[in-house]
Write a protein that binds this ligand. Sequence first.
Ligand SMILES: Cc1cc2nc3c(=O)[nH]c(=O)nc-3n(C[C@H](O)[C@H](O)[C@H](O)COP(=O)(O)OP(=O)(O)OC[C@H]3O[C@@H](n4cnc5c(N)ncnc54)[C@H](O)[C@@H]3O)c2cc1C
Length: 360
Amino acid sequence: MEQSVIIVGAGIIGAATALQLARGGHRVTVVASGAPDATSAAFGWINASFYLDDDHHHLRAAGIRAWHRLLHDVPAPVAWQGCLCWDMPQAEMEQTYARLRGFDYPVEVIGKAAVSAREPALKTVPERALFFPSEGAASSGDLARAFLAAAQDAGARVISNVAVTGIRTHNGRGVGIETVQGVIAADQVVIAAGTGTTTLVQSIDCTIPLVPRPAYILRTNRQKKILQHILATPDGEIRQEPAGQILMPVSVGHQGDTAEELQQTPHDAADLAMVRLRGLFDGLADARWAEVVRADRPVPQDGLPVVGAVAEGVYVAVLHSGITLGPIIAELIAKDIAGRLDNADAAMIAPYRPQRFAKG
Ligand SMILES: Cc1cc2nc3c(=O)[nH]c(=O)nc-3n(C[C@H](O)[C@H](O)[C@H](O)COP(=O)(O)OP(=O)(O)OC[C@H]3O[C@@H](n4cnc5c(N)ncnc54)[C@H](O)[C@@H]3O)c2cc1C
């Protein structure tokens, strides 16, 4: 049944969900405060080679398939250049290869000559690397903007720079959002507010625990094209934007980074990361960091996505790896709200329900 839906947040999760719900015939309004978001700061890597458990891998692999469905008719700038990965010891590489092959995930082990042919600018070429040909990347802020524009084409409306201060309920059911200027009513509220989620759900006595996961990510000045793939190296994860900037999260192994505080100034952290970057490639003599962005990753306490209703009429979606997972999560949310999850969808979403945090 068609409903009026307010989505709190215009990052990739809010934007992708707005698109699915608007296309499903719902009257959608996105309300976003303009608070710093994770989406525009992300590295933008779409992958299922990083995962926390088997279900998480399958969700991420479904995420890649959902991306291809979406890109049929939403023009978004994703490049499927594949990833070369050698950020682990040999034994772990063999285990990773075997596990991913067991999942039927596209993965190859390639030797030194093939790595060098694929990335000729590397100064020191690893003896071997894993190649994940199905992985891609994009400038993630552009993705959210592309989804929002497509959602607007389908009838969604966007309210920007207005903070949602709480969720309005009546007899335990969500009936809208609260702002300083007053209440905006809706049949359904979807909270896709990233790190702002915890505070918002507290307004209806609900707990979604997130852990602090701050990050710096740097962009260089524009360089001629030297990188062909997304690279996961022992010195960090690196990719080059089509316009030439090289992008690098400052912490090594950023997807599994568990640091709760940033210990260095952005300036010092970026200087050190640039030393690692220049050490990896020829041709970066005039490269310097041009921008460092600090961002807080929305990471639930157990590291896994949180997706589901927390009260009648109130739905929550908060997760890391939202660039990989945005399209699949949005598809699942739209089906869930419409009561149309099939058995496979229900199994896919089951591990991520918010009620797991209420079990004590
Ligand atoms: C450095 C870094 C690198 C990353 N790299 C990757 C990667 O390579 N691949 C990957 O898959 N993921 C990556 N991620 C994770 C990914 O960026 C996040 O999972 C994803 O962006 C979360 O999207 P979101 O829409 O849930 O939240 P956000 O993008 O944080 O958006 C939240 C939205 O809610 C709004 N908001 C918040 N509070 C309120 C309020 N009270 N009222 C109204 N609006 C509100 C904000 O303004 C914003 O619009 C990375 C993250 C970081 C920080």
